[in-house]
Design a protein around this ligand. Structure first.
Ligand SMILES: [Zn+2]
Ligand SMILES: [Zn+2]
Length: 68
């Protein structure tokens, strides 16, 4: 059940790097607060949502950085 955030915070969804701001539609997934549109993402296994670098075979971060 989503609701309007009263306070800012951090979105707990692994695929999201945006902050939660007051006035945003948010939803609790377990104990974690995420954007309403991010709520469906959090049930997925994390590694599947991130690309793997073809050179160093590490998982890229949200910003696209890897170790090479
Ligand atoms: Zn989010
Ligand atoms: Zn790399």
């Amino acid at each position: 059940m989503s609701f309007v955030a009263q306070f800012g915070g951090r979105c707990a969804a692994p695929s999201c790097d945006r902050p939660i701001r007051s006035g945003d539609e948010v939803v609790y997934v377990d104990q974690d607060l995420v954007h309403d549109e991010c709520g469906l993402d959090t049930g997925l296994p994390g590694p599947a949502t991130r690309p793997i670098c073809p050179k160093c075979f590490t998982e890229m971060s949200v910003s696209g950085a890897c170790v090479c």
